[in-house]
Design a protein around this ligand. Structure first.
Ligand code: GUN
Length: 281
């Protein structure tokens, strides 16, 4: 049976270290979260982020904007937060309502306050392995979880399924920068199960529940489940058929309690790091 990669426990340790560090700081890290509209999942995520930030002693302010907020109103808020010396980190919760184009607003955020690492400057710095101000939280959390569990990345064949800007692409680059051989697979990949089965480390980030069956996984592979979807009863499901895949994998992340808590921990770590760098600007 596979060993569980316990993201909840790992995140708890990281958060407790951050809290200890923040206690010693006179100027506390401050996170601004912008939530536009009333997407139910986003409302829950944002509440969790705010709660965790406050528990760590951060300053946290959430800007809840109406669904029909105009592009100009959102732009003005972001530009004001860029100028606000008391704001270290800005998070624009995605997705945005349809009339607002996410990329346009991501590009308005000061890269030095871009806690998600989504700004093209930070994506470019990630690509060139030249110290981004922040690295996208979920990919960073996946790497941390592997490293904390002493799973070697260098030289391994990693197959990443899913090519989103938020997870699949940045995660593939992070793995490459850590000397993995990386295959990026996606919805148009032919023979997905055969490709997946060549992985030493298989990472699925599609949101298609039960996509990853036992026959997708090489004996002894490490399996990381980044997928989140909900079944008909509203229960959170990952991409991986956990019970079946546990029989062949060496290590596996559960959903919930795997990558999810690591994402929040990395958001907090990024906020702290931006605050510390901000003090030096
Ligand atoms: N929506 C779902 N996940 C994320 C995330 O990591 N960052 C932002 N900004 N929005 C999200």
């Amino acid at each position: 049976m596979a060993e569980i990669l316990d993201g909840k426990a790992c995140a708890k340790e990281i958060l407790s270290d951050i809290k200890a560090q923040v206690e010693k700081m006179t100027r506390k890290p401050s996170l601004a979260v912008i939530l536009v509209g009333d997407d139910e999942a986003s409302k829950i995520y944002v509440k969790n982020k705010e709660k965790t930030a406050l528990e760590l002693g951060f300053k946290s302010k959430t800007y809840r904007l109406e669904k029909n907020t105009t592009a100009q109103e959102l732009k003005d808020l972001i530009l004001n937060l860029n100028l606000d010396v008391d704001t270290d980190a800005i998070l624009l919760q995605l997705p945005l309502p349809k009339h607002l184009k996410a990329q346009e607003f991501i590009e308005l955020i000061d890269p030095k306050k871009d806690v998600d690492g989504f700004h093209p400057i930070n994506c470019g710095k990630l690509l060139t392995d030249t110290n981004p101000y922040a690295i996208s939280c979920t990919p960073k959390g996946v790497i941390k979880l592997l490293e904390k569990n002493n799973i070697e990345i260098s030289g391994k064949h990693c197959v990443v399924i899913g090519r989103s800007n938020m997870v699949g692409k940045p995660l593939s680059i992070l793995l490459l920068n850590k000397n993995a051989t990386v295959t990026m697979a996606h919805s148009k990949t032919k023979n997905l199960s055969q490709t997946a089965k060549t992985a030493d480390i298989l990472i699925s980030a599609t949101g298609v529940s039960n996509l990853i069956k036992k026959d997708f996984v090489k004996e002894g592979a490490v399996v990381v489940d980044v997928g989140i979807s909900r079944d008909s009863e509203g229960k959170i499901k990952g991409d991986v058929d956990f019970l079946e895949v546990s029989k062949v994998a060496s290590h596996i992340t559960p959903v919930p309690g795997g990558v999810g808590p690591m994402t929040i921990a990395m958001l907090m770590e990024n906020t702290l790091e931006l605050c510390l760098k901000n003090a030096k600007f």
